[in-house]
Design a protein around this ligand. Structure first.
Ligand code: PLP
Length: 372
């Protein structure tokens, strides 16, 4: 019998602990691993160079770490993949996926706006040697070229929460790998792999960690892609610190509870915002979730300056409710015209609902909305 997500979120990556005779996950801070058998070590390094797989004992911190691997296994399982590869941040994960594509001689990327500001920037700037074509979801198929190595989409998208039909997009991609940034939905609300995504990426900094105290990124995928990503991680060095891996694994155990509780509160706040005279529009995904985007009639900066309980800060997915102005902060780096074209208006506010009581949050929002 396969267990429910809530059960696996608690036990994935920890199934061997009872046999080990420990309760908490061992935190291995080693940078290197001694071996008296250099010939065997050489054979394993050759295997890693050929396949990106690291069976057996660890070799060096940049190749792999046992604590981080527990987090990787757990996240892979929750997303329904065989493998996952963790990175120092969400952007390190995005970088590795783009470099993996370039390394295979495919430098063209098709992407759907909006995406997170830095992801937009790394694609638009061509910083990593890629060339991007921005396309509407129904125009992705027509935008593909022989040198297209990746199609990238966020759904729900940061910050407008617009959604894309993953199955339809995967179909349009054909043989070209589809990468879905699942940071906003988390595997609790959506598992893109089921609908044909080949790579599922998270800024683990957000809901997976869940407490605003750890940065990380992770990509769930099949064995071949995982091998490539590990080799790129080894070469470029964007590794996740073992303590971060420990904290992210801990975060996963409460992920379903946190996401479901915050989503219920968010849905209630959406209803109230929709009937508030100072609110021009409310954006909320069909699949639900803890993120709410809304446009105000007046000055968004005044509202953000007036909240007292809600934390006025960039980022999302923490236990506390966070509010920010995408045009000023998270999407500041995106060209103004492109920002507006993708629905990131100057009146848009993004709120990541946390675990506070709904009445306390509404009380704070209501008093802050008086300023705009
Ligand atoms: C924050 C974020 C990222 C980048 O993650 P970092 O951990 O900040 O590097 C990527 N995608 C989405 C959707 C994000 O919200």
């Amino acid at each position: 019998m396969t267990s429910a997500l809530r059960t696996r979120a608690v036990h994935a990556g920890r199934d061997d602990l009872t046999d080990l005779g420990v309760h908490a996950v061992p935190l291995d801070l080693s940078t290197t691993y001694p071996s008296r058998d250099s010939a065997e070590e050489a054979a394993r390094i050759d295997r890693f160079a050929a396949t990106g797989a690291v069976p057996g004992l660890p070799i060096y911190g940049r190749v792999g770490n046992p604590t981080v691997e527990r987090f990787e296994q757990a996240l892979a399982e929750l997303e329904g993949f065989e493998h996952a590869v963790a990175f120092a941040s969400g952007m390190a994960a995005v970088t590795a996926c783009l470099l993996a594509s370039v390394a295979q001689g495919k430098r063209h990327v098709v992407a759907v706006r909006p995406v997170y500001g830095c992801t937009d920037h790394i694609l638009s700037s061509g910083l990593l040697g890629t060339e991007v074509t921005w396309a509407a979801p129904d125009a992705v198929g027509a935008a593909l070229r022989p040198d297209t190595g990746l199609v990238l989409v966020e759904t729900p998208a940061n910050p407008t929460l617009s959604e894309v039909d993953i199955a339809a997009l995967a179909e349009a991609c054909g043989e070209v790998p589809l990468l879905v940034d699942n940071t906003f939905a988390t595997p609790v609300l959506q598992r893109p792999g089921k609908h044909g995504a080949r790579l599922v990426l998270h800024s683990a900094t957000k809901f997976l960690g869940g407490h605003g105290d750890v940065m990380g990124g992770v990509v769930a995928c099949g064995a071949e892609d995982a091998g490539r990503l590990r080799q790129i991680r080894f070469a470029t060095g964007g590794v996740l610190h073992p303590l971060a891996g420990y904290l992210l694994l801990r975060g996963l155990s409460t992920l379903p509870l946190r996401v479901n509780a915050a989503s219920a509160t968010a849905a209630e706040l959406v209803e109230r915002l929709r009937s508030h005279p100072a609110v021009r529009a409310v954006h909320y995904p069909g699949i639900g979730g803890p993120l709410v985007a809304f446009e105000v009639e007046g000055d968004p900066h005044a509202l953000i300056g007036a909240v007292r309980l809600i934390t006025p800060a960039v980022s999302l997915g923490s236990v506390d409710t966070l509010i920010q102005h995408p045009a000023s902060i998270s999407h500041r780096i995106v060209d103004e015209g492109d920002r507006h074209d993708s629905g990131v208006t100057d009146k848009l506010i993004r709120m990541s609902v946390g675990l506070e009581d709904v009445e306390d949050l509404w009380h704070d929002l209501e008093q802050a909305l008086k300023t705009c």
